[in-house]
Unconditional design. Structure first.
Length: 495
């Protein structure tokens, strides 16, 4: 059983606490003397302060990480597996602390924080089980035309080396764990750069992996603004792979600075819902509400626009509006009765969402529901009469807003989806699965959901984006494979 002072070293335990970064061996304050105050989106109160590390400190952390990785990869897999299982157990053991912190730090409703933490523990366990089925293969030369027997390729999977893991604010625990666990299991060391807002939760998660027995240097956590330390980290010659989740703009900027490094990127999305005339309107409405408004629409998989014939949207809108009254309760995210919508991440973000709504209205859209903002709280909003070229659709507006777009024939919906810069997911609603299958093949997105809102998971399903929504594949064994590379050794029979 872990001790009660488990998290004590990670801060000075002041009020508010000043958090340290983890250099792989100990929890330390940065020589920069620069700190970043983390304000709760709920009421602006300071949750704590994070260090802003220097380039020299990054160099030191990465050097330790390089050194430790070799020994870690040589550690028997069954020992690595035990450590990761223990980390999963301790995520659950400390879930109340993690949930309380997450709610305050990112303003996510408590119910959704509970599922983020539970799911992180569940997939950490799953990865630790699944890694045992990852294995190489042997190939014989004579399978290829013209080759005699005599060459055998033993193809094994080896670690990439030092993986830089960068997580976003909206799932700072889940989307950190989904990189850290598979990277460690495949024998990599991890340099973790948490988001600034959400960074405290990231430090707690790091502490859990450290205390579960990840050896010195194999996991490290450096804090600081992405705009300040990010470029230095991603372009560092000793970083062998970058695993990133965040916006498409940041992702593309980072990709350009990490030439020839393997990338696993999950980026932005503006996911469509396409409603066929035969759809079950109640199911469709429920999924659109969940899809558009969970965590105040701050999800890469959020539904951002709904398309259908005018007659279909006319039937759907009143069902959605009615169900929103019971499915959503906008309030303080710490209250159990709050459902789906608390504050967005900051007042500045809320103002940006409000501007995007007003701009759409000035271009002819109508507000059917919501539209108001108070501090960081934006009412769940439905816009009608939206055109696909309006900024509210063509960019990722990260808030509780969904746009209804009328189409004249069903093929137009596919053309609109395919014209977007994003390609994460799309969803179709129809009672005919054959229609769903046929139409799904027209859509150039990572995943198509038939009769469900877009989502990541179950976590062993592949999760990927096309176009500017990402590169590489996450989820279950796909992530484990992505965190490793093939290494063939070819045995040539003596002539
Ligand atoms: P963001 O602003 O792009 O930041 C993401 C992460 O990148 C943060 O840790 C950020 O650090 C860091 N960063 C910023 N500039 C950097 C640089 N130059 N070099 C290296 N790292 C840098 O995204 P966000 O606002 O946190 O998250 C929301 C976005 O993530 C949305 O676009 C959403 O769709 C996307 N997302 C995608 C998925 C998916 O699975 N496809 C899942 C969740 C979220 P700081 O916080 O210090 O700036």
């Amino acid at each position: 059983m872990p001790a009660d002072n488990f998290f004590e070293p990670i801060s000075n335990n002041g009020n508010p606490p000043i958090y340290r970064y983890f250099n792989g061996a100990s929890w330390v304050e940065s020589k920069s003397g620069k700190r970043i105050a983390i304000h709760s989106p709920i009421d602006g109160s300071v949750v704590g302060e994070l260090q802003s590390v220097t380039k020299e400190e990054i160099d030191e952390v990465i050097a330790r990480s390089v050194e430790a990785q070799k020994k870690w990869e040589a550690t028997p897999l069954n020992e690595r597996v035990k450590i990761v299982h223990l980390a999963a157990d301790w995520i659950i053991h400390y879930q109340d602390q993690l949930i309380d912190l997450l709610v305050r730090e990112v303003g996510k409703p408590v119910g959704e924080c509970k599922s983020e933490i539970k799911r992180t523990a569940e997939f950490t366990d799953y990865f630790a089980d699944e890694v045992q089925s990852i294995r190489g293969e042997t190939l014989e030369s004579d399978n290829f035309p013209g080759y005699p027997k005599g060459k055998t390729a033993i193809v094994s999977r080896v670690a990439q080396g030092v993986v830089l893991a960068i997580a976003p604010f909206n799932y700072p625990v889940n989307l950190a764990g989904s990189k850290i666990a598979p990277a460690l299991l495949m024998g990599n060391s991890v340099v973790f750069k948490p988001p600034t807002v959400g960074g405290i939760s990231g430090l707690y998660l790091t502490r859990i992996f450290e205390k579960a027995g990840v050896p010195e240097g194999v996991i490290t956590c450096v804090t600081g603004a992405g705009s300040d330390i990010g470029d230095y980290l991603v372009s560092h010659p000793k970083i062998n792979m970058v695993a990133f989740t965040g916006s498409s703009d940041t992702g593309m900027a980072i990709a350009a600075k990490a030439p020839m490094k393997p990338l696993m990127f999950e980026c932005g999305g503006n996911n469509a819902a396409i409603v066929f005339p035969d759809a079950d309107m109640t199911l469709t409405a429920k999924e659109i509400i969940r899809g558009a408004f969970s965590f105040a629409g701050q999800r890469c998989t959020a539904i951002k626009y709904v398309m259908g014939f005018q007659s279909v949207l006319d039937k759907l809108l009143p069902v959605v509006t009615e169900l929103m009254k019971t499915m959503i309760h906008m309030d303080d995210p710490r209250k159990e009765e709050t459902k789906m919508v608390g504050p967005v991440i900051s007042v500045a973000a809320a103002e940006g969402i409000e501007r995007a709504i007003n701009e759409a209205v000035s271009e002819g859209a109508k507000i059917a529901v919501g539209g108001h903002r108070k501090e960081a709280f934006v009412e769940p909003t439905i816009l009608t009469g939206v055109k696909p070229t309006m900024r509210i659709v063509s960019t990722e507006v990260f808030g509780p807003v969904v746009s209804f777009i009328t189409i004249d024939n069903m093929d137009d919906a596919a053309a609109i989806v395919n014209s977007q810069r994003f390609g994460l997911q799309a969803c179709l609603f129809t009672t005919d699965e054959g229609t769903g299958m046929r139409y799904a093949s027209l859509l150039n997105v990572g995943t198509v959901q038939v009769n469900s809102s877009p989502q990541r998971g179950p976590d062993h399903f592949p999760f990927l984006g096309v176009k500017q929504s990402g590169v590489g594949v996450q989820g279950g064994h796909y992530a484990l494979e992505g965190m490793s590379r093939l290494k063939p050794i070819i045995i040539n029979e003596p002539k």
